[in-house]
Ligand binder design. Structure first.
Ligand code: NAP
Length: 297
């Protein structure tokens, strides 16, 4: 079997198109232009690239982008002060503080300070609690992207046997909860699980989020299963020349695509969904704060 490729780039482009349409409808009907504030502390090169992409895509969707670039030496109190100002600013609908923060800043304190109604990254405990309760709220972007891609490949997920490999706060746990809310039967596996390969083989839908290059082998996959690979791992690629590297997922793609029914590539799978979901969350937050019914995105 050769698996169907789940094209995250195309799905993300479609979602951005839906966001653009929703923004122009909100402008026409309510004179509303959703605004996303992105805060970057320090000079981390990967974070600089992420923030530049977020700013560009926010503007391309017709939304207001508010950028705050702060020095590496910014104190925790100064950052808390900025978050408080953004919370109070009526033009700001979403606040994203780019992680990782410098080591002298307590990330939990910053996340807790963000108004849950503007927490478009879905990291505040209030929003995490809403997922647990199965109530509407702002959902973390990468997990939301995983669910959209699973739906893309499988349609209705009700009754599907899902296995989530990894239980991090950022990915594994929210993915498992969101899949439960989609009426999947969910098994979570982690570093203390026994016979992870056998657990994975039970999955109609396997989501791998372990951060271990190509850990999931072809014979861990049930024939015809859908595989969502969240992992982004940079490994040495001497075949491309000295010192060269390449990106791989947590799934051994070549092997897995011989067995799976559908699979996300790395790159080009889950990765592109994250920013698109952030933009969708910003529209949702803008509507919820004003009591306007949010479009389904
Ligand atoms: P993480 O915080 O390091 O969590 C890894 C999880 O995998 C943990 O729950 C750990 O179990 C589990 N694990 C580790 N080794 C295992 C093993 N041998 N067997 C079974 N479980 C094992 O990582 P993360 O933040 O969830 O990220 C996971 C991957 O997704 C990374 O490659 C990351 O780069 C990628 N990622 C991609 C995006 C995106 O596409 N936009 C966003 C976020 C993350 P324990 O809990 O028992 O330690």
């Amino acid at each position: 079997m050769t698996a169907k490729l789940i094209d995250g780039k195309a799905r993300a482009a479609r979602l951005r198109g839906d966001v653009r349409e929703a923004v122009s409808a909100l402008k026409a009907a309510h004179g509303l232009m959703p605004g996303l504030a992105v805060v970057l502390v320090g000079e981390d090169p990967a974070s600089q690239v992420y923030v530049a992409n977020k700013v560009r895509q926010t503007e391309e969707c017709g939304m207001r982008s508010i950028e705050h670039r702060l020095d590496e030496t910014t104190t925790e109190d100064a950052l808390l002060e900025l978050v408080a100002r953004l919370n109070a600013d009526p033009d700001v609908d979403g606040i994203l503080v780019q992680m990782p923060l410098p080591a002298h800043i307590d990330t939990d304190r910053i996340v807790l300070a963000i108004d849950p109604a503007k927490d478009v990254d879905g990291l505040h405990p209030t929003n995490a609690g809403r997922i647990v309760l199965g109530r509407p709220g702002l959902v973390p972007c990468t997990p939301k992207g995983c669910v959209l891609l699973a739906r893309e490949a499988m349609g209705d997920l009700s009754g599907v046997n899902a296995v989530v490999l990894g239980r991090s706060i950022l990915v594994g746990k929210p993915v498992a909860l969101l899949l439960q809310n989609e009426n999947c039967t969910v098994t979570m596996a982690h570093s203390r699980s026994r016979d992870v390969a056998a657990l994975c083989r039970q999955a109609d839908l396997l989501v791998a989020a372990v951060g271990r290059p190509e850990m999931v082998r072809g014979d861990w996959i049930r024939p015809g299963a859908t595989v969502i690979d969240v992992g982004i791992n940079r490994i040495a690629a001497p075949e491309r020349g000295e010192g060269k590297t390449r990106l791989v997922g947590d799934v051994a793609f070549e092997e897995a695509s011989q067995v799976a029914g559908a699979i996300t590539p790395v790159p080009g799978g889950v990765g592109p969904m994250t920013i698109a979901c952030l933009l969708a969350n910003t529209v949702q937050a803008a509507c919820a704060r004003r009591g306007i019914e949010a479009p389904t995105l």
